[in-house]
Design a protein around this ligand. Sequence first.
Ligand code: ATP
Ligand code: MG
Length: 356
Amino acid sequence: MRHFNIALIPGDGIGPEVVAEGVNVLKAIEELDSGLTFSFTAFPWGCEYYLEHGRMMEEDGIDKLRKFDAIYLGAVGYPGVPDHISLRELLLRIRKTFDQYVNLRPISLLDPSLTPLKDKTEKDIDMLVIRENSEGEYAGAGDRLFKGNPEEVVLQTGVFSRKGTDRIIRYAYEEARRSNRTLTSISKGNALNYSMVFWDEVFEEIGKEYPDVTTYSYLVDAASLYFVTDPERFEVVVTSNLFGDIVTDIGAGITGGLGLATGANIHPEKKYPSMFEPVHGSAPDIAGKGMANPIAAIWSVSQMLDFFGEEKWGQAVLDTIKEMIGETEYLTPDLEGNAATSEVGDQFVKKLSKKQ
Ligand code: ATP
Ligand code: MG
């Protein structure tokens, strides 16, 4: 028996709706003689909590999370609470404190019908984007000089430490080697003459230790073009915080949209918990209507199981997602279906249980 303690932060809007379905999937796995058991502790943090208490989470919230094996997050965000508060005081704080420096974003076309690209049936999009998640362009370093003055100058500084660049690139090489796939680095050395030249150097240096891994290096502008014209060429991709943010949204766009996009915030050394979440936000326009697609959140569960070393179950969840999408009967409105969030979740659990 292996037991995992999971902290739930359902959050705002559709967050609680989709997290509930992901939790049901884990409970179903527990009942399937998997040898896995889970306990769940929910924390009511988010923007509603903020409006009541003036803060996004309890003062000792971080300490409360520390002892868990994983954090499962829905979404945070609310009309009226500025993004920089909701993001910085909860999401980014967790990522930073728990040193979740790897952002893993699988981009797979689960069914040809999901892509807006032409020649749909020939598309075989299946890549893993590894995004630097702790520094780079999002380090928050900068200044505003002569504020409000016609001479005002604003600086936003990218921070690329040797340690930070080294560890993300090494992680990517390890993943490419482990899965026997090619590795593509996305950077911009021709224009960002300090940070990205350094990035390219580190990519090449570490590559010497991985002669078995085939590598490519693209400028981010060219890579963005290829994401649309020829995404099949990418297998494992490693890139900086900002570029990763952008190219993974292109990736979501070519594979079925936000209702299917998942992301894991990984602290590989396992001294602190890692965090699993659908990429989408709280989607206030559809919150409370039972219309949210729970598949992205369920895919996060698959990533969580992989991270626990339970790849067999991670794969079973992913296979079930593929089946669900292929059949079209139980899809939410974002995928042109009529099913409600809970119907998709219930059907998912039924299918998963039957397969075992
Ligand atoms: P936030 O401020 O929390 O980021 P947002 O308004 O930016 O929220 P997102 O959740 O990022 O909204 O997504 C943008 C739009 O995509 C939503 O308004 C919604 O219509 C759609 N969308 C996002 N996630 C889902 C989902 N799981 N199922 C269905 N539609 C979704
Ligand atoms: Mg948003």
